[in-house]
Every structure is written in structure tokens, then in C-alpha cells.
Design a protein around this ligand. Sequence first.
Ligand code: ATP
Length: 339
Amino acid sequence: MTSLQLDDVTRAFGATTAVEGVSLDVRDGEFFTLVGPSGCGKTTTLRLIAGFEQPDSGDVRFGGDSVAGVPPEDRDVGIVFQSYALFPHMSVAENVAYGLRFRDPPAGQTTDERVAELLELVDLAGFEDRDPGELSGGQQQRVALARALAPEPDVLLLDEPMSALDARLRERLRVQVKEIQSELDITTVYVTHDQSEALAISDRVAVLNAGRVEQVGEPEEVYREPASRFVAEFVGDNNVFGGESPVETEGCSVRVGKTEFDVGERTDGRTTVCVRPESLRFDCEQNRFAVRVESVEFLGDAYRAHCEWDGREVLVKTRDEPPAGEAVLGFEPEDATLL
Ligand code: ATP
């Protein structure tokens, strides 16, 4: 086990700064996720940790020690990529054993024993002699995971390992990956552009935007207390209302257009109000505003209504079927987040 730090790391490719002044502190045994839209620098950050890229400035440290100049094969990392990257001409067992090419199996174990143990761990015992082509996508990714874990790395790096799988399989595999990670207690950095996956699987997440860290926090924290408009809009659905001018009514209200909202805390100059769709209610007596319900989707466990409020789009998620046409929405002051 080891902790992992990035200290003010920058990496540019020509005119593109892929990673800019990124500092992260990943704890021993933590499941840490880098999440953000395409091109925000997730893969580059992972490659800097793995040693495939070198920082232009800043430092990467494992367990407190700089790994500057240490080549990837000496960094004690296991990596799983988006593509399964298994060798098609090798059996499942040979693919897993390939993970031990630079390193002996853990003390007291033969390679065969280690391979068997890993296949057991990823729930593929008995698949030793199969060819990768005979496995499903999810099974292939579990073989790739077994191969990455075979040499007992200190750090596990996962780069969008589920993005090639269909939604249902992805959800199943992410539970398995999380269970395996907890069982081994291995420091893990996971890359995904899928914010719901990031929230579901992580101990903490770092939200990246254009090469920079917008926020680091536990999933609940990032969801409930977004630190910026970018995080508020990227992580989960949100309604972000720009308060055009703050109105000092006991210091706790924000005016959006002609409507004044009580936001339950001092605004201190902040003029943007975020309210999650599930916090908006048609039967709320506070912070009421008139909308037009444009369309309603049935999600199975809830309804999602697309509403219009003075030219703004408003999303509402409710358990009860929303009314049609003209309606009034409201929210509790404590459910507002101010930016
Ligand atoms: P995605 O989710 O699409 O994989 P990402 O968040 O992983 O994106 P990166 O792959 O780290 O993003 O890329 C960050 C930026 O750096 C992008 O603008 C990308 O085009 C650029 N970039 C990455 N690697 C290189 C390279 N080897 N040469 C030139 N530009 C690169």
C-alpha cells in the first residue's frame, strides 16, 4: 500500500496544456477517481502517474518519494486500459501470467498458483485455458484486471476500463471492481468521463476541467456542495440560475429576474443559485415561481419534468406524476447552493 501525490504538475503538448498545476493527494488504499469531460486531462494525469509521461514541472510522489526519472516498469503500478489489450493468441492464464514478466509471484507462490488466485479473485476460476476471444467484454476486462494485479502493485490505475461495455454490464463490473479494490485495499486511481460512475464507485473524486482541478471531495460533497458552476453542471443534473443582481434582504436573498429567493445563508456577494432537480417541488410553499411544464419523462422510479420559467429551462425530478401545463414550483432555502 502506498499514498500518491501530484505536486503542482504541468504537462503541455505544443500549444495544448493538457495538465496545468494539478495537485492531488491520494491516500493509502483509497479509491480515487478523476472525472471530467473529454480532453480535460484525465488520461494524461494517469500517464504521468504511470511514468509514460514526464511532467514539464512539478513532481509525482509515491509514498512520499519522488518518482521523477523512474521508468514505468519500476513504478509498481498495475494498469487497465479502456481497450482490453489482451493477447489474442495467449490463453487467459497466459495473459494473467504475462503480468508477472517483470516480477516474481509473491513469496511462496508459483506462477500457476498466483494466476489461479487472481482468476478466483475476479470470479473467473476455471477459465484458465480459454482464449480471450471466447470471453465477453466484461470477462475480458476482469482478465485485464487480474493481469494488472498479478505482481501485487502498490497502485492500481484504471483508464475508462468499462467504457466499451454496455450500461448493464458496466454497472455489474463496477460493483465487482469496487469489491476487489476494497478486498485488496489497494490505492486506486480511476479515470472516467461518466459522473454517475464516479459518484457510485469512489471514496473521493477530483473533477477536472481544461487541465485543472475544479474540486476534490467525497461524492456526496461534490454533488451537494459543488465548488464552482462547472462542477454544479457537470456532476448530476442541476438548475443553475444566475442571479443578475444580489438583493440585500437580511443578506440571505438573491434576485433572479423578478423573483427573489431566500437561500438560507448570507450571500456575501454570490449571485448564482443552484437547485438540484430533486429539490424542486410542485407543493413547496417557499421560494415559489410559476413555470410551464413542457414535457415529462417516466424514469421508472421517478418522473423528470422539463419546465420553462421566463425563458429558462428548469428540470424537476419527482416521485409523483407532475402536473401538465401551468404550475408553480418551489424549494426550501436550505436546498439552494450559492456560487
Ligand atoms: P478523453 O476522455 O477524451 O480520453 P482526457 O480527459 O483523458 O480525454 P487527455 O487525453 O489527457 O484528456 O488530453 C488532454 C489534452 O491534451 C487534449 O486536448 C489532448 O488532445 C491533448 N493531448 C494529450 N496527449 C497528447 C499528445 N501526445 N500530443 C498532443 N496532444 C495531446
